[in-house]
Design a protein around this ligand. Structure first.
Ligand code: PAZ
Length: 432
């Protein structure tokens, strides 16, 4: 059968899936990650424990195959890492699929730039390293939880870097979660790039900022030959000198190629910078594939981030209608640590907010922003709260972590999901 015939008979989203995954190579670590995830899932499926796959952090978009430059986004992984701790507390086993070097559950308390772990330690009289007494209680609590998760093997951390790594990992782990049936939960909090450079258009080597190296690519002989030719042309005719900069022989007698590659020369013979135009393709949307094919029985929670309060709920609802999964958690960039909105099929939107008395007071007027998206929606999206003024954005963090409210609410939805699956299956138990 020709590939053309295959393509026309396969469902459209399947065609996209094959095309993407066949042309974008998986990360090297994928086989090890699959083996680790499989054994982790088997252990917890045997114990009838719920397992949540949390995705966390941003994805990079490499501009070169041997990557020097890449496009990235703001996500630090706070939502994912914090959520992981509350899921563990709620009795879930957690697969933490995170951007390499983003925040991790437990260690996040000591890895912020403002909370450097060294500031929590001092040198004792006997030369030992001692935890600062003021922080010991919290450190002990965090350490115990972390040690417990390790002892019980309830936390599996899998790193990714690029958008392609992320998609390969997501697909593989989601498919492995099938035996969990409705006990599986996918909590997709990563900030995933919408655009990428496809491999056929990606430069192999570091993109150069001038055309100067083009000649090198043609080989050293050409380079030397050209230099000789240049020098011949530049032989000063009797009485003539010519413009040294213009004719490329270099200032102060420097050899042309030395100057050409000198990044510190403020007036090079060859113009140093050229414009870089990056042509990005849209990343295929795989949420439908996830819902219908990769993890059809699990509960799927996606996140939607916006900056415009007038768009948030509409876009969350659109995503839910389009992909037919279970829950979209909407949040605004500026208030995401203070409030989120749950948008679910057949349910009213539900705002979850850090209570006023647990919001850290700031001088920035953060409280004014909390609720903006809700008010905006009630006024048809054109309310007076738009646009947000970045100067009024909150500084610091609320005293209470909003994930302490989000996770119990998600857990409640998950319980309903498990219950209705159990009813559909004629009462076979699917709980912890
Ligand atoms: O990682 P973080 O805590 O800084 O941010 C969390 C978040 C805003 C990325 C997350 O809550 C979210 O909305 N993720 C989905 C983003 C999107 O693709 O719309």
């Amino acid at each position: 059968m020709s590939s053309h015939t295959t393509n026309t008979t396969a469902p459209l989203h399947q065609v996209d899936e094959n095309a993407y995954f066949n042309s974008n190579p998986p990360p090297k670590a994928l086989p090890q990650h699959i083996a680790a995830a499989e054994s982790f899932i088997n252990q917890h499926a045997a114990a009838n424990r719920r397992v949540v796959l949390i995705t966390s952090g941003g994805t990079t978009v490499p501009l070169e195959k041997q990557t020097v430059r890449f496009i990235d986004n703001f996500s630090a992984g706070t939502r994912g890492a914090t959520s992981a701790e509350y899921f563990l507390e709620a009795g879930y086993a957690v697969i933490f699929l995170h951007r390499q070097f983003s925040l991790l559950p437990y260690s996040r308390h000591y890895s912020h730039s403002t909370d450097c772990f060294l500031d929590f330690l001092y040198e004792g009289a006997d030369g030992s390293v001692v935890a600062n007494p003021a922080h010991q209680e919290k450190m002990m609590r965090v350490l115990r939880k972390y040690t417990d998760a390790k002892r019980r093997n309830t936390l599996l951390m899998l790193p990714f870097v690029t958008i392609t790594d992320y998609l390969h990992e997501l697909r593989a782990v989601a498919q492995l979660m099938r035996p969990l049936g409705p006990n599986g939960l996918l909590y997709l909090a990563a900030a995933v790039s919408d655009f990428f450079v496809p491999p056929e258009r990606m430069a192999e080597h570091k993109i150069q900022s001038t055309d100067a190296t083009d000649k090198l690519r043609q080989g050293p002989t050409t380079m030397r030959q050209e230099k000789r030719e240049q020098q011949q042309q530049q032989q000063p005719s009797e009485g003539g000198g010519g413009n040294q900069k213009q004719n490329g022989s270099g200032k102060d007698g420097a050899q042309p190629e030395e100057e050409t590659f000198d990044n510190f020369d403020s007036s090079p013979a060859v113009p140093r910078s050229k414009r870089l135009i990056v042509d990005l393709d849209p990343v295929p949307k795989f949420l439908k594939n996830l819902v219908d094919g990769w993890a059809p029985e699990g509960m799927i929670v996606s996140f939607k981030l916006e900056t415009d309060p007038g768009l948030l709920v509409h876009k969350a609802r659109y995503s839910l209608d389009r992909y037919q999964h279970h829950l979209v958690v909407g949040n605004l960039l500026s208030t995401r640590k203070w409030e989120v909105v749950f948008v679910g099929a057949g349910r009213d939107d539900r705002w979850i907010r850090v209570p006023i008395n647990r919001r850290k007071k700031t001088i920035s007027g953060a409280e004014e922003l909390v609720g903006a998206a809700e008010r905006d929606r009630s006024t048809g999206g054109g309310g007076s709260n738009r646009p947000l003024d970045p100067a009024t954005l909150p500084e610091g963090e609320p005293e209470m972590e909003i994930e302490s409210l989000i996770i119990p609410a998600v857990e409640e939805w998950h319980s309903k999901h498990v219950e209705s699956a159990t009813t559909r299956n004629g009462g076979a138990s699917a709980s912890r």
